[in-house]
Structure formats: structure tokens, C-alpha cells
Ligand binder design. Structure first.
Ligand SMILES: Cc1cc2nc3c(=O)[nH]c(=O)nc-3n(C[C@H](O)[C@H](O)[C@H](O)COP(=O)(O)OP(=O)(O)OC[C@H]3O[C@@H](n4cnc5c(N)ncnc54)[C@H](O)[C@@H]3O)c2cc1C
Length: 372
């Protein structure tokens, strides 16, 4: 472990620097040991708080225990014709407070690993390392990991949403079920659904989520939420918070990925679903293990086969937006709860894949396969 201060030029020399202390950056920093390192992040966990959800098995539920806001053994996907209800013993759908998760990671930083609450500037890379400034100080690191988000191009497919955390006037029915996608909303502008996580029978996170290229005016998502609540006869007593988000679902050209990129910047977002937390965790755990053995290369966050399948899926969605609801409903119907969780986590078995492929509208998918 080496941390050298060159007082003449005021340069701090480090083994490792991590730019960006979001999901990937702070998780990596918390796993480093016996190195001199910094993680540079301008925002506090509270300033950038949001909900991160994933399917977790028993071990992962225990791992994230202190940050869990809600946990559901049952989840549903609904359209005008059917409701698919999944109940799983193996996986729970859990929602984490990102602020609590990141705060915990910040507390767990080992000796020699520091958090710099500043923006990294003048980043110059040389091989796998480089130099930068942050908070008025100069740094030089043998290895730089970079989690700064990639630019979202205007013309690309994205998941965009606006959500509220609300307290309802009366207890809701079925607070034990998470609603992952309720498609009984306006489908005229893209694939649109309502997402509801009941944290209790009177406290909900409710989001209007779109998968399309074009962002909507904030009022559009709010109206969709109002309308859905009205139809479910749920009245708001208090709106506790509003959150918005844009998650790129574009395929990243491998040439655009910077050396040392980690997390979403390295392609960790599932192109078909926008979920990224689980694949980031897997990538960072593997990377930390490699670093402890002296190997600094970043593992691919998602298997190329999965990326390829997701590209086909997105291709069909862009060519035939009217098929979006059918594809999602058929996927949910084709799989049981555990298969669905595995599918969303990117760890589907061959049998899971076969069930999904057989359930898809064949002509559109075959055309897309030949187009790719
Ligand atoms: C609102 C929202 C909700 C989401 N919900 C889910 C979910 O439920 N489940 C799921 O699987 N995925 C979810 N995602 C997708 C994904 O999990 C997150 O985007 C995740 O935070 C990506 O982690 P990351 O570390 O790659 O990037 P980020 O968490 O975005 O971290 C990058 C960090 O870099 C910092 N930064 C930028 N420039 C600099 C600089 N020059 N110097 C220093 N720091 C810099 C930023 O402040 C930021 O904190 C969500 C995304 C959003 C936006």
C-alpha cells in the first residue's frame, strides 16, 4: 500500500482512484483492502437518494438488510385481459434505499481508502492509471476506475419515469403484492406502465414508467398516476416525495467504453429492462476479488449472449411498439415466479429461455434476428 504526498507539487500518489461514488463506485471502494485509494463523489447519499429494486435470494437479502425499504414474495403483471401473479419462496423482490446503502458503504471504507466529497476535474489517463484534481488537490493513481455516466443520446431507447411516495387515506388492498407492470394506462406514446411498491398498507411508491425514445412533460406522468389511483379508488392523504429518472436502454458501442469504466458506464444496464443494480453488484464483487490478486481488469457486467438477446428484444419493441404489452405479458405468463426472477436477473436457465422464446410473436422476432 503506498500513499505518497509530494509536498513540492502537492500531488497525492495512490494505488487506486475511483471517479464517482454511486452504486458501482462506492460498492467497489467498500470492498478494497490493503491499498491506498480514494473515491471521488460530489453528492451526499441523501442528495441523490432513490429506490433501487432487485430480485434477491436469502443471502442477498441478508447482505442488504440495513438498506431494505420493502420486500415482497409476490409480484404481478397486469393488462386489460389478465393478471399474472407470481409467488416465490426462493426470491424476494426487494427495494433498497440508495441513501442507506451508500451511507453504509461509506462507513465501511477500510483504512487507507478515503472518500473525497468533490468533483474530479482535469482527468488525464495514462495507460490504466492517470491524474486528476478534486477539491483543490492533485492526485495521481496507478489505476483509475471511472463510473461517470455515459451521455444518453436523444434518439435512443430509454426507460423514463416519474414517481411519488404517498400516504393513502385508507389502507389499500393486497399490500403484500408488488405491482411490477400495470399496462392499463395510455399506450399511445410508447410502452407505458404503472409500477407500485406498497411499503405498508398506507405507504406506496407509485411510478408512471415509459419505454420510448422521447421524454414526456412531467405533468403527463403525474396525470397517469392520478388516473390510475382514481381507477383503483385510492385517495392520497400526503405526497411524501417525488422522484424522476432516465435509464438508457441503448446498446453501447464497445469502442465508446472508456478503459477502467465500471457500472452503468461499462454497460451494466440490462438493455431490455433497465435493471442494473444486480449486475453492478456482481461485476464489482468479481473486480474486487481480481484486484486483491493483482489483476486490475474490469469484468464484463453482462454476458454477450444476454446483450444480444436484449438487442433483439429492443429491436422488436422499436419496430413494433404495439407488441410491447403482448411481449411483456407473454414473458410473465410463460415463466413461474423463480424463472421470471432468474430471467430478470440475467441468470435464466436454457429451459427458461426456451419457454420465453416459444411464447414470443414468432414473425416479428425472426425478422429482427435476420436484421441484426
Ligand atoms: C432514479 C433511478 C432509479 C433506478 N432504479 C433502479 C432499480 O430499481 N433497479 C435497478 O436495478 N436499477 C435501477 N436504476 C439503474 C441503476 O441501478 C442506477 O442507475 C445505478 O445508480 C447505476 O450505478 P453507477 O454507479 O453505474 O452510476 P451512478 O450511480 O449514476 O454513479 C455515478 C456517479 O458519478 C458521479 N460523478 C459524475 N461525474 C463526476 C465527476 N466528474 N467526479 C466525481 N463524480 C462524478 C455522480 O455524481 C454519480 O453519483 C435506477 C436509476 C435511476 C436513475
Amino acid at each position: 500500500m503506498s500513499r505518497l504526498h509530494n509536498n513540492l507539487n502537492k500531488i497525492t500518489k495512490l494505488d487506486i482512484a475511483i471517479i464517482g461514488g454511486g452504486s458501482a463506485g462506492i460498492s467497489l471502494a467498500a470492498k478494497l483492502n490493503n491499498v491506498s485509494a480514494v473515491v471521488v463523489e460530489p453528492r451526499t447519499p441523501i442528495e441523490r437518494d432513490c429506490s433501487w429494486a432487485l430480485w434477491a435470494n436469502y443471502a442477498q437479502k441478508t447482505q442488504f438488510q440495513t438498506a431494505i425499504k420493502g420486500s415482497w414474495q409476490q409480484w404481478r403483471v397486469t393488462d386489460h385481459h389478465t393478471e399474472v401473479l407470481h409467488s416465490s419462496d426462493q426470491f424476494h423482490y426487494i427495494s433498497l434505499s440508495s441513501a442507506k446503502y451508500m451511507g453504509q458503504c461509506e462507513k465501511n471504507l477500510a483504512e487507507g481508502v478515503d472518500l473525497i466529497r468533490a468533483t474530479a476535474e482535469d482527468i488525464l489517463t495514462e495507460g490504466i492509471g492517470g491524474s486528476f484534481s478534486a477539491g483543490g488537490q492533485q492526485y495521481k493513481a496507478e489505476k483509475i476506475y471511472d463510473s461517470r455516466p455515459l451521455k444518453v443520446s436523444e434518439d435512443s431507447l430509454k426507460q423514463h419515469f416519474l414517481g411519488w411516495e404517498i400516504r393513502t387515506k385508507a389502507p389499500i388492498s393486497d399490500p403484500q403484492i408488488a405491482t411490477l407492470m400495470d399496462f392499463r394506462v395510455d399506450q399511445s406514446r410508447g410502452l407505458h406502465f404503472i409500477y407500485v411498491l406498497p411499503f405498508s398498507d398506507r405507504r406506496l411508491l407509485i411510478e408512471s414508467t415509459m419505454i420510448s425514445k422521447k421524454l414526456e412533460d412531467k405533468e403527463w406522468y403525474r396525470q397517469a398516476i392520478y388516473q390510475w389511483l382514481k381507477e383503483q379508488e385510492i385517495e392520497i392523504e400526503e405526497t411524501l416525495a417525488e422522484e424522476t429518472g432516465i435509464i438508457p436502454m441503448q446498446s453501447i458501442n464497445p469502442l465508446d467504453i472508456k478503459s477502467g469504466a465500471i457500472g452503468a458506464a461499462s454497460g451494466a444496464v440490462r438493455l431490455s429492462s433497465g435493471y442494473a443494480f444486480a449486475s453492478i453488484q456482481e461485476q464489482i464483487s468479481k473486480l474486487a476479488e481480481c484486484i486483491s490478486c493483482g489483476d486490475f481488469s474490469v469484468p464484463a457486467p453482462i454476458h454477450p449472449f444476454l446483450n444480444h438477446m436484449d438487442k433483439i428484444f429492443n429491436g422488436v419493441l422499436m419496430a413494433h411498439p404495439e407488441l410491447g404489452v403482448t411481449i411483456m405479458m407473454r414473458t410473465a405468463k410463460a415463466l413461474d415466479a423463480d424463472g421470471f426472477a432468474r430471467f430478470m436477473l440475467g441468470s435464466a436457465t436454457l429451459i427458461d429461455w426456451a419457454k420465453v422464446i416459444l411464447a414470443m410473436p414468432k414473425v416479428s422476432f425472426l425478422k429482427q434476428i435476420f436484421r441484426q
